[in-house]
Design a protein around this ligand. Structure first.
Ligand code: 9YW
Length: 416
């Protein structure tokens, strides 16, 4: 891999203490992007990796939530910006920064552990531990009905916005007349590679509902038409609890270490007992409003391997399903099934961050050959097409934005 170019992409996208995902599409700090970026930077530029995480945690809300976007400085070219979210700066604990009103999968916790394990910097560990703990507490307090599985209330919070898994719940609600101007399709070539207006109308209506209810979690739990237990978020929540346990143990806090180890086990078991679809051979998310599973063949359903969630029998069932995801020139498509669109966003293209999660998940399950295929395909896509946002699983063609930060960062991590 061309590590110099990867580093130069990350340096060009770096702002004051954080890295924007893309100069053409996403000009602020994004939550799980920064986590993947920190993983990539851990070896290449450890000081920047630590700073990336510290800055993200500085945007944490007083209630513990680490937001999806932190608007640290003004920038053109993204909708919805702070005027649309209207969160206000009184909710932040460390810094007065405008943010969005939702979170993203809690990848920042395992990323912080990864950076600590590479650097061994105890001052960094001690600085981030209280924030990571507050974030995990927030998930349990505000986003769990049963103390086992956690839910989200916006497709943007899943990190896989237009996944076909969300069509069912989005179809059931009428967004009404929503007027706004999209910023993500200025380039006409991108229209076929971005979410549709049908999806965007619903994303925006959910943001407007959030601000009308003043981002009050309890009221939104009752009123939101979109409340979903996402299996990718829950798998990363297990990893977050495991990481928090490991960091706490390292800091000689045995009672916290025990507490988070037990929570990881509780959520892992709930995933295995309640969210495995035996017929389809993968984990499926759950719609808490309609009280029904969302049985899509989404790559999200493979990520619980990373949490060690499948039993041996379940993993045997998953092997056939994996074959259907691997039946492409480039693994792993984000979705396989009737609504697959190999060029459009999360409806089929290969993304490097989900490949990273699945590769590590397969290794955890002992499936070394399958894991090696994911790594090799990822590196050959990057070699062929450069640091694109996503790729066609059929032709390998690069899609979405270029010079995309987590693609550059994860190439460094895979190389290191
Ligand atoms: C949005 C920044 C984000 C990613 C998400 C991806 C996309 C759209 O871009 O979200 O407007 O937030 O789906 O995973 O974090 O790269």
């Amino acid at each position: 891999m061309d590590t110099d170019t990867a580093r130069s992409v990350l340096e060009a996208n770096r702002r004051d203490g954080y890295t924007i995902p893309s100069a053409t599409l996403y000009p602020f700090q994004w939550n799980w992007d920064s986590a993947f970026i920190a993983v990539g930077l851990a070896h290449a530029d450890p000081a920047a990796a630590k700073r990336e995480i510290r800055t993200l945690l500085d945007a944490r809300w007083e209630n513990g939530m680490v937001p999806q976007i932190a608007f640290w400085s003004d920038a053109e070219g993204y909708f919805p910006g702070p005027d649309e979210w209207r969160v206000g700066t009184d909710r932040t604990v460390h810094a007065a920064v405008e943010t969005s009103g939702i979170t993203q999968p809690p990848m920042v916790v395992p990323a912080a552990r990864y950076v600590y394990e590479v650097t061994g910097d105890e001052a960094f560990r001690d600085s981030v531990l209280p924030d990571l703990r507050a974030y995990c507490e927030w998930w349990l307090r505000e986003r769990s009905d049963d103390g086992e599985l956690v839910w989200i209330r916006h497709p943007w919070a899943t990190g896989m916005d237009d996944s076909p898994a969300w069509v069912g719940p989005l179809e059931r609600f009428d967004p009404g007349e929503v007027s706004y101007v999209r910023e993500d399709r200025k380039d006409d070539d991108l229209a076929d590679q971005r979410p549709t207006d049908w999806d965007y109308d619903r994303y925006v209506a959910l943001v407007r509902q959030g601000r009308e209810l003043d981002w009050d979690e309890a009221r939104l739990r009752e009123a939101s038409p979109f409340v979903v237990e996402d299996v990718l978020t829950n798998a990363l929540f297990v990893r977050a609890c495991e990481s928090l346990a490991a960091l706490s143990a390292d800091a000689s806090d045995e009672s916290e270490a025990t507490r988070w180890r037990e929570q990881a086990e509780t959520t892992r078991r709930a995933l295995s007992d309640r969210r495995f679809d035996d017929e389809r051979g993968l984990f499926v998310s759950y719609d808490l409003v309609a009280d029904e599973p969302l049985p899509a063949r989404s790559i999200a359903g493979l990520v619980p391997t990373l949490a060690g969630a499948p039993t041996p029998d379940q993993f045997d069932r998953m092997r056939e399903t994996l074959d259907s995801f691997f039946d492409y020139d480039y693994a792993v498509p984000s979705y396989v099934g009737p609504e697959m669109d190999t060029d459009r966003y999360w409806r089929g293209p290969v993304w490097l961050n989900t490949n990273w999660l699945v590769e590590r998940g397969l290794r955890r399950m002992g499936a070394e050959t399958a894991a090696a295929r994911v790594r090799e395909d990822s590196l050959s896509l990057l070699e062929r097409e450069g640091f694109r946002e996503y790729f066609s699983p059929e032709t390998g063609a690069g899609r979405g934005s270029d010079r995309f930060s987590w693609s550059a960062a994860l190439s460094l991590a895979w190389d290191g």
